[in-house]
Design a protein around this ligand. Structure first.
Ligand code: SAH
Length: 266
């Protein structure tokens, strides 16, 4: 069976996605998590809330691989934008993921995952391209059906920017390196340090690279898609909760549904 897992860290990110499953969906509980198994937009899916951080993501990915016979995993959630052009409301689809808090030096090079011989895990190219195409569709100014759920979120973002005296910004899709670590990055100094280490990094979050490592262990393709909730700077503790409350779940639904309905989700 070709079943796809959809994972988020927080309830606000996942929203009530499971309510969009066809009638007859089942909820199974493993490891303290509810796994919603059913069909959505013509696909077999399992939807689960991982909770926050690398260990929670790894536990969830392991359960998906070992109990649910999934053929691919898609993580959807929020992240701090650290690339210079990555703004709140933009979406980053990871091409690779790295644990920025991994440091077994001097035994292993800094950031290298010990005994894996690499510091980053590549996302699946075909899956990520299909997700990125759905994101591009959802964000297009003249977007079709998929954007209907996103329109209020985009309007709220535009209003927040205007209120803060910022120029209008059309949310964009970016693809590249995403950093993960067990800390909420919320200062300019932390961002500058991360960029000094990894100048090509676009965003920072707390789960993606852990899920990626488990997927590598199980030989499972995965994609990580992150909507930018904050700039991981001194304002992040204000921007993040506001974005999470008002906007995150709308992005999840628009992206996941657009992707499942599109040719890449078949
Ligand atoms: N106390 C907060 C914790 C949120 S942690 C709360 O519960 O409201 C932030 C979550 O969003 C994580 O799942 C992480 O993956 C993502 N995230 C968003 N912005 C981030 C940032 N600036 N740094 C790290 N993770 C971030």
């Amino acid at each position: 069976m070709s079943r796809i897992a959809i994972v988020s860290a927080m309830t606000e990110e996942l929203g009530r996605l499971h309510e969009h499953l066809d009638p007859g969906a089942l909820c199974e509980r493993h490891g303290g998590r509810d796994f919603w198994v059913g069909r959505m937009d013509g696909r077999d899916v399992v939807i689960v809330l991982s909770r926050i951080g690398k260990v929670a993501a790894a536990t969830t990915a392991t359960l998906l691989a070992s109990h649910f016979d999934v053929s691919a995993l898609v993580f959807t959630g929020a992240a701090g934008g650290i690339g210079p052009h990555v703004q709140v409301g933009d979406v980053v689809v990871a091409t690779g993921l790295l644990q920025h808090d991994m440091d077994a030096s001097p035994i292993f090079p800094r950031f290298e995952v010990p005994l894996y011989g690499a510091d980053r895990f590549a996302a699946d190219i075909a899956l990520s391209s299909a997700v990125a195409a759905a994101v591009a569709d959802a964000l297009a100014p003249d977007a079709p059906h998929a954007t209907d759920g996103l329109r209020p979120a985009l309007a709220a973002l535009a209003a927040a920017r205007a209120a803060a005296g910022l120029p209008p910004h059309q949310p964009r899709l970016h693809q590249g390196l995403v950093l993960s670590g067990d800390c909420f990055v919320s200062s300019r100094a932390q961002c500058d340090q991360l960029l000094a280490w990894h100048p090509e990094a676009l965003a920072v979050e707390m789960e993606g690279a852990a899920l990626a490592q488990v997927c590598a262990d199980f030989g499972l393709p995965f994609a990580v898609v992150r909507t930018i909730s904050d700039r991981a700077d001194d304002q992040a503790h204000v921007d993040f909760p506001r974005f999470i409350a008002e906007t995150a779940s709308r992005y999840t639904l628009a992206i996941v549904s657009g992707w499942l309905k599109g040719p890449g989700g078949r």
